[in-house]
Design a protein around this ligand. Sequence first.
Ligand SMILES: Nc1nc2c(ncn2[C@@H]2O[C@H](COP(=O)(O)OP(=O)(O)OP(=O)(O)O)[C@@H](O)[C@H]2O)c(=O)[nH]1
Ligand SMILES: [Mg+2]
Length: 329
Amino acid sequence: MKKINKKKQTMSTYSVLSGNRKSGIAILAAHGKASNIDSLLEFFNVSPNKVSNIPLIKNNNFKEALITRPNTNTLWIMPPGGLLAIKESSKILEKNGFKFVSPINMPWESKWPEALSGGIAAALEALSNCRNELAFKVISKCLNAWEKNPYEPMSIQEKKHSIYLNRLIKPPLIALIGPPNIGKTALTNYLAKKNIARVADEKGTTRDAVEVELELDGLIVRWLDTPGKYNPTEKIDQEAISISNNLIKKADLVIQAIDSSSTSKNYDYKEIRSADLLIATRSDLGKTPIQLSTSSKNGEGIKELAIKIRKILFPDYLIKNQFRWPEPL
Ligand SMILES: Nc1nc2c(ncn2[C@@H]2O[C@H](COP(=O)(O)OP(=O)(O)OP(=O)(O)O)[C@@H](O)[C@H]2O)c(=O)[nH]1
Ligand SMILES: [Mg+2]
């Protein structure tokens, strides 16, 4: 482990920080020993001693580029242009002995030079990966918390919150299980707002587990619609059930659906995994004592279901309060 760190420090590396798409400006971060950064600046005909924020530099190699040295070991090179500018700049850096590394392996000091600590860098990294409003809101608070207390290691309590907070970046897996032909796929399609799988009035319509990404009350989740439990005779179906069962075992939340209109209410799934949440489906067809009743026909209970799930997987206190997260880079 120590060896890798040492290598990281001594090797001259660069990463592309701008996206792979068309963009107005390319961003490449070079990292290395101060002397290697000095040499690179010399190559660009720029005074090697300068550590500054935004000098605009014109030189022979780049027609025009914004170059900044935010710390002694880092140079950010930002030529105008997208992919072509990245390609041209990479050539120059390779020629000067800098090796490409993925941004994941870039030292945080070079990738997030504005960060005072690895914690702030981690929060900035998380913020750059966040995909929706809830994530942005919560991670911004995490960044504030790190800025208030940048150096102290995370406490055990803070680490406990991480289990939930990680879900903002890595969507949790929810598996919907239940007997066949009770509206699991219809509910899935309703939540996905599109037909991701076939709905039919016959048992065993869904034969493979189907995964779809959804937003439930602001939380992005992976939703798994599973085949209604049956004992298939065909090998291919047995394999499909086995894959589905393995996913159910791994899920962060298992929701068992029970039909409002039929008698198959005591369906036992314990041999796969006991459910975390019980819901009724097809509530427009009948009544059950189950609190959360949903209908994909008239939309009853769907909003409540989304809120309930979000609260289980991402409790309210994490939205209201401010915690340091994630672990420092
Ligand atoms: N009235 C009513 N019918 C529904 C509702 N949801 C589904 N259905 C009907 O119930 C039948 C079964 O629906 P599916 O969604 O295919 O059921 P499933 O649980 O996925 O079934 P399998 O894939 O076989 O496990 C279809 O005829 C649907 O049109 C609902 O909320 N209300
Ligand atoms: Mg189905």
